[in-house]
Design a protein around this ligand. Structure first.
Ligand code: MFK
Length: 560
């Protein structure tokens, strides 16, 4: 009988092991900021493979439980979460995963610092990043639209490092009548003594154990603003710990994110506070969505990095056909492609963080604000799709072990799958990219920025890539101008291909810029190889969905 047992993959310190993160931070941050934050990142990189990882695994193994009744039949609607989930809340407060963005200790660089922390924390946290994303988004809303009470009461809780003070926030948007189309919201808000009472059902509420939430409802009055959706602040429990006229119907049975409590709620007179006056609720909650979408991208990158770290370690250990997996040329090719996808996603996402920091500090130019508005949906939609494909390939690189639950690997795929769904599906975000281009005139600044990034690249062996990016930029511009003439159906039918083209081409410019910097600063040639290989792919896979093309698509879609 064989005595052979395969050794499983091991994770090293996730900061020390990450060349891409380190070189990006060295390039972007002033040296005193880098020197100050590096020890904290290294410590978090260690925790990400020790206590945080163990808590994430424990939280995953003990998912939340809905307890509708007490032993004597009274409705109590408690959601029990594991000790590990509670510990993850404590750690995220102490580690300042949200707070570090709002303390603004490093000015506009604070978002880069915070995203580096989020990225290290995320992949080990059993998606505790979900409540943190909504918490960060809620904090931003309160900064932008909160009255004095909201800014003095919940806001300091959301941005606290003290676990006893720290609150997470939920985000209750989705109703039975609409997930993507939030205009279908049927919850109403009845005025009550200067506050409101909410009546309605919320079909998906994530991190439902949070003490507060942001939600949308229509004020029951006849004014024009009241007919529009308004944004509300809700505290879920009263001072004695009882739910405030909220019934928890059930927890969702989800493919992944199993440690995250996601519930269906009925609100029947839940007290709520209006945020920023009546109406324009979607516009106001968009500030939250833009943050959660950026988190989504950061978590996608974190998952990709985790996948490649595991697959790489395994490939160094596992032997097949007489040699290690990593010594097989085809396996090496697969791992190299995984690394390239990860690096591309990393640079796209951290460019978002860089611009977010500048915008929040009031340092962004008008052009940078427009670029950010467009870049957030692009980064969210593109990295989410990458993360799903990436996780699938990572699982395959383990053979059968990748399909077996107790290796922990299937979780990577299950958790990645939600990234392209929540906070706006790929299609909704492709259309949002068009909205950004239309309403914020974002395409011009975006393409100008792309060109200015590649102009600085002078290394002779990167010049062919500069040329390819220029050409892709020109094609994108022509395609959009043509689309404007053809009309809205043309633009919408091509929106996903268009968004992918923007994301891939902009990413190419970021990779090239980083490659040029790396060559000039220490001479690391790996970013150059990544940039060259990324640019060798189709950068702008645009389509031309004219009327006959769309008719055919419609036939294929409806009749098969
Ligand atoms: C790790 C990460 C974890 C993340 C955890 C999250 C867990 C939570 C899970 C969920 O809750 S999932 C539910 C999330 N739901 C969505 O993301 C909704 C997706 N649907 C959309 O985004 C739709 O495009 C949208 C609801 C915005 C469409 O609504 P409307 O009312 O048809 O939008 P309209 O009229 O185009 O826009 C209204 C205003 O908002 C406009 O401004 P004006 O009033 O000034 O004209 C828009 O420009 C503005 N707007 C819309 N999206 C914006 C935006 N402004 C800035 N940024 C945006 N992204």
């Amino acid at each position: 009988m064989s005595q052979f047992f395969q050794e499983g993959p091991q994770l090293a310190n996730q900061y020390d092991d990450d060349r891409v993160l380190q070189s990006f931070l060295r390039r972007k941050l002033p040296s005193d900021v880098f020197t100050e934050i590096e020890p904290g990142l290294r410590r978090l990189g260690e925790r990400a493979v020790t206590d945080i990882l163990a808590l994430g695994d424990a939280a995953e193994a003990a998912p939340p439980r809905h307890v509708p009744y007490d032993p004597w039949g009274r409705r109590i609607d408690r959601i029990d979460v594991s000790r590990a989930w509670q510990e993850l809340e404590r750690i995220s407060a102490e580690e300042g995963i949200v707070a570090s963005a709002y303390e603004r200790r490093h000015g506009a660089y604070s978002r880069i610092h915070q995203f580096a922390r989020l990225y290290l924390f995320g992949a080990s946290s059993a998606v505790y990043t979900c409540p943190l994303a909504m918490t960060d988004g809620a904090a931003r809303i309160l900064e932008l639209h909160g009255d004095l009470w909201l800014r003095s009461n919940p806001l300091p809780r959301l941005t606290s490092r003290d676990p006893k003070v720290f609150w997470t926030s939920g985000q209750w948007m989705t109703e039975r009548t609409g997930g993507s189309d939030v205009s279908g919201t049927s919850t109403i808000a009845r005025p009550d003594n200067g506050l409101y009472r909410l009546h309605g059902t919320k079909w998906f509420t994530s991190a439902t154990t949070s003490p507060m939430a942001m939600t949308l409802a229509r004020i029951e009055d006849s004014s024009e603003a009241g007919r529009d959706l308004s944004l509300f602040y809700v505290e879920t429990k009263d001072s004695s710990g009882r739910l405030q006229n909220i019934t928890i119907q059930r927890l969702k049975d989800k493919l992944g994110t199993r440690a995250v409590p996601t519930a269906e709620l009925t609100l029947d007179g839940t007290p709520a506070r209006l945020i920023g006056g009546a109406g324009r609720g979607v516009r106001k909650i968009a500030a939250l969505l833009n943050i959660t979408r950026a988190y989504n991208a950061c978590c996608a990158v974190g998952f990709m990095r985790r996948g490649i770290a595991l697959a790489r370690d395994y490939a160094r250990k596992r032997r097949a056909f007489g040699k290690r997996l990593c010594d097989h040329p085809l396996h090496a090719e697969t791992l190299a492609n995984l690394q390239i996808e990860f690096e591309a996603a990393f640079h796209l996402t951290f460019r978002v963080a860089e611009l977010m920091g500048r915008e929040e500090l009031g340092e962004a130019t008008e052009q940078e604000r427009a670029i950010l508005r467009l870049l957030i949906p692009l980064a969210k939609l593109y990295t989410a799709r990458q993360a799903v494909a990436h996780a699938s390939e990572v699982l395959e690189s383990f053979g059968g072990a990748g399909y077996v639950e107790d290796t922990g690997l299937p979780r990577l795929l299950r958790d990645a799958q939600v990234l392209s769904i929540w906070e706006g599906t790929t299609n909704v975000l492709s259309l949002d990219s068009l909205r950004a281009i239309d309403k914020e005139a974002a395409l011009g600044p975006f393409l100008d920025d792309l060109r200015s990034r590649i102009e600085v690249v002078k290394a002779a062996d990167l010049l062919p890539q500069v040329q390819r990016i220029r050409e892709a930029g020109r094609r994108i511009e022509i395609c959009y101008q043509h689309g404007l003439k053809e009309g809205v159906d043309y633009l919408q039918a091509g929106a996903r291909a268009f968004a992918f083209s923007l994301a891939r081409t902009y990413t190419a410019a970021l990779l090239l810029e980083h490659a040029a910097w790396s060559l000039a600063n220490g001479g690391d040639t790996r970013p150059k190889m990544t940039a060259q290989r990324w640019c060798a792919r189709e950068l702008a896979p645009l389509i031309e969905p004219n009327a006959s093309y769309r008719r055919l698509s419609s036939d294929l879609a409806t009749d098969g």
